[in-house]
Design a protein around this ligand. Structure first.
Ligand code: GLU
Length: 481
């Protein structure tokens, strides 16, 4: 086996890229990079019926957005391609025939109808090995005559196939419990059971990382390596990611699609970081990590055997940490599309809005709703002004709004500092509490019970002209009362 670690990510284009797939690819990437090795992308598209249009493009886009760079793949030749299984049909056929010659497989001519009856008879789905003892010359003659066939694995009798998984430890299966499964289908395409072995061998894969659903099939694959006389790779199977205590995340049910999260306003690096923590804990106990930090710390002993539950709240929190850690410029750049959506053409200072939002959202998609106060402003429910604890009622509010208007009318320095000192001075002059004025002013400026910031922040974001317009409107509304 090659001295250089080689891992691969082998997604099937059967739907979108869910968080579990992404994690498998990520761990394979981290493991390769941690060990100075190579990471390979292989598209497993032999199941034509389940192939979904556009899914391959999604795989490329997701890996790119996630910052997972492959060294070899369909568009990056490393000399062991093609890297798309549907382009490797000749290779599988050649190796299946070679395996027949070596005594590790055989031609099977059983019809679908016959297979259905034996399933009925023995009550299981196990093939009864009827064709296993057809003399090879006879079988070849039937193939040459055009009879439809499949090639099946000839599982040796009475052996125990074992291996040591890097996460789950020793796994053993008795060959008596392994069926002579199909390796090459009648359409000439391989099954996963065969293709994974041939490809991993020919592509020089040293460590196979994949979902735990393959844990107990691996002894069967190992028997194929053995029959070819090939060295087996190391294996690291990864426990499932759960939706809750009993259900797995699954792309069949539309769960947890990477691209959907990005569309909701998650940062790709935050999603990737969160996904890394689903089943892996670095020795340092770090949570927020860059890709390079993850690479430096990724060792198999930190990978847990127990399954983890996907917790969107936790991912949200982590995303918020990423947003807060950005520079103002970085945050402005990523938040701008959401701010534009929220202000819907309004003439506001978008940098001010970004500044206000940076510490107030966990996910960018929350922005439009948070700044909805910038949009429609009109008649609102005056009961919002009632605040017992602060001793604000409609009378107090009316006075407070008038005080704010006269304090701000002639103010030139329309910034936090300027507005704050003008309001405090005016409140004092009118013998009101600063809090009473601020509270009333915030309602008067927004017409909303809760806002993403206090009165001063709202005024800065609204700008002087719009603030004055709103305060006057509110004074009039209160005056009517
Ligand atoms: N194509 C398989 C899947 O998407 C990959 C299994 C493997 O990594 O060997 O589940």
């Amino acid at each position: 086996m090659s001295d250089t670690v080689r891992t691969r990510f082998a997604p099937s284009p059967t739907g979108f890229m869910h968080i579990g797939n992404l994690r498998t690819g990520l761990y394979a990437y981290l493991f390769a990079r941690h060990n100075g090795g190579k990471f390979i992308l292989r598209i497993e598209d032999t199941d034509r019926e389940r192939t979904v249009e556009g899914a391959v493009g999604m795989i490329y886009r997701t890996l790119k957005a996630a910052g997972i760079e492959y060294d070899e793949g369909p568009d990056r030749d490393g000399g062991v391609g093609p890297y798309v299984q549907s382009e490797r049909a000749d290779i599988y056929k050649k190796y299946a025939e070679e395996l027949v010659e070596r005594g590790g497989a055989y031609y099977c001519f059983c019809t679908k109808e016959r297979l259905e009856t034996i399933i009925g008879e023995n009550g299981t789905h196990t093939y009864d090995r009827k064709c296993r003892n057809i003399p090879l010359e006879e079988a070849k003659a039937r193939v040459a005559a055009g009879e439809p066939y499949v090639i099946r694995q000839k599982v040796p009798d009475g052996v125990v196939s074992s291996y040591k998984d890097m996460v789950y430890g020793e796994i053993s299966v008795s060959s008596d419990d392994i069926e002579d499964g199909v390796l090459l289908k009648s359409d000439g395409m391989p099954t996963y059971n065969f293709a994974n072995v041939v490809d991993d061998h020919l592509m020089g894969i040293t460590h196979v990382l994949r979902g735990a659903e393959y844990l107990s099939s691996t002894p069967k694959y190992n028997l194929i390596y053995d029959a070819f006389g090939w060295e087996r790779p190391h294996y690291m199977h990864l426990p499932a990611i759960m939706k809750d205590a009993t259900r797995k995340l699954s792309k069949r049910y539309g769960d947890a699609n990477f691209e959907d999260f990005i569309a909701k306003g998650y940062l790709p690096q935050a999603v990737v970081n969160y996904v890394a923590l689903l089943g892996w804990c670095p020795k340092s106990g770090d949570e927020k990590m860059t890709m390079d930090e993850m690479i430096a710390q990724f060792t198999p002993d930190g990978v847990s055997v127990s399954s983890s539950i996907f917790d969107e709240q936790k991912m949200k929190w982590l995303n918020g940490e990423y947003l807060k850690a950005m520079t103002e410029d970085e945050f402005y750049a990523v938040s701008l599309p959401y701010i534009e959506k929220g202000v819907a053409g309004g003439a506001y200072d978008k940098r001010e809005i970004a500044r206000l939002m940076q510490t107030r959202v966990d996910v960018l998609g929350e922005i439009p709703e948070k700044i909805a106060f910038l949009g429609d402003f009109g008649e609102y429910d005056l009961s919002m002004y009632e605040h017992k604890k602060m001793k604000v009622d409609l009378e107090v509010a009316k006075k407070a709004v008038e005080v704010s208007i006269s304090a701000l009318e002639s103010l030139e320095a329309w910034d936090e500092e300027g507005i704050r000192s003008a309001i405090s001075a005016a409140a004092e002059g009118a013998q009101m509490k600063g809090g009473q004025v601020m509270f009333s002013m915030r309602v008067a400026l927004t017409g909303q019970p809760s806002t993403p910031g206090g009165a001063i922040e709202m005024a800065v974001v609204l700008g002087k002209e719009e603030s004055m317009r709103r305060l006057r409107f509110s004074a009039e509304l209160l005056g009517r009362n």
